[in-house]
Write a protein that binds this ligand. Structure first.
Ligand code: 13P
Length: 256
């Protein structure tokens, strides 16, 4: 059994009003109680972070955001800083999600600035990497992942590296119902672990959680979570309902 605790994170994307978020978090907390076997994070939209945070008070569920700006403050209309997230007791932030890369033209260099800013503010980045279908078919999956990972983590100190979470999310599996096979996912996760060994040394690389994301649901989670280098999931669709999200947490807790 791995020494890494499993982590199940829900990325709600652009879903749920503030009231909806309170209801969902309340249901999740009621169902899982203070279970301590798995780390659980919910990442609501910005407008729900405060209400979701209140609803999870006293529970072991942690709060994350889906994005942030690297600067501390200033003239960046529509943006949110790490400090603002910390003030609402967020502990995690998803950075470099493929939807941000694709629809908002986020580059590796910009994502790297966010990673550094998050760490400076004691937020744990969930750095997303992953190839498109065209890239996989061209045989460049590992090269794409390597570039995104190394660029995203540039300048991260050894001391802070263990607090970073990596999410491998093949773009072709996101929201498509087309999940990566356990072999496909484990291959990339092991490759990422190897890159982390080169960057930070073995002891730190063994501490970093590497999540799988892309159509993960209760039916396919047990096999994925049983893989040696799959330390949890970053869940989209199945995190929007308490029942499926809780089933995923239960599946993670059951992995020996
Ligand atoms: P789905 O679980 O809906 O495929 O989304 C995955 C994802 O993008 C999580 O960040």
């Amino acid at each position: 059994m791995s020494s890494r605790r499993k982590l199940i994170a829900g990325n709600w994307k652009m879903n749920k009003t503030s009231a909806d978020s309170t209801a969902l978090v309340t249901d999740i907390v009621a169902a899982i109680g203070r279970q301590a076997d798995v780390d659980v994070v919910v990442c609501p939209p910005f407008t729900s972070i405060e209400s979701a945070g209140k609803a999870l008070e006293g529970s072991t569920v942690k709060l994350g955001a889906q994005n942030m700006h690297p600067e501390a403050s200033g003239a960046f209309t529509g943006e949110i800083s790490a400090g603002m997230l910390r003030a609402l007791f967020a502990t995690h932030v998803i950075l470099g999600h493929s939807e941000r890369r694709a629809y908002f033209a986020e580059t590796d260099a910009f994502i790297n600035k966010k990673v550094i800013a998050a760490l400076k503010n004691q937020l744990k980045p969930i750095l997303c990497v992953g190839e498109t279908l065209a890239e996989r078919e061209a045989g460049s999956t590992l090269k794409v992942v390597q570039t995104q990972l190394e660029a995203g983590l540039e300048g991260v100190s050894k001391e802070l590296a263990a607090t970073v979470v990596i999410a491998y999310e093949p773009v072709w599996a996101i929201g498509t119902g087309k999940v990566a096979t356990t072999e496909q996912a484990q291959e990339v996760h092991a490759f990422i672990r190897g890159l982390l060994v080169k960057l930070f040394g073995d002891a730190i690389a063994q501490k970093v959680r590497i999540l799988y994301g892309g159509s993960m649901k209760p039916s396919n989670a047990p096999d994925l979570l049983a893989q040696k280098d799959i330390d949890g999931g970053l869940i989209g669709g199945a995190s929007l309902e308490a029942r499926s999200f809780v089933e995923l947490i239960t599946a993670a807790a059951a992995v020996k």
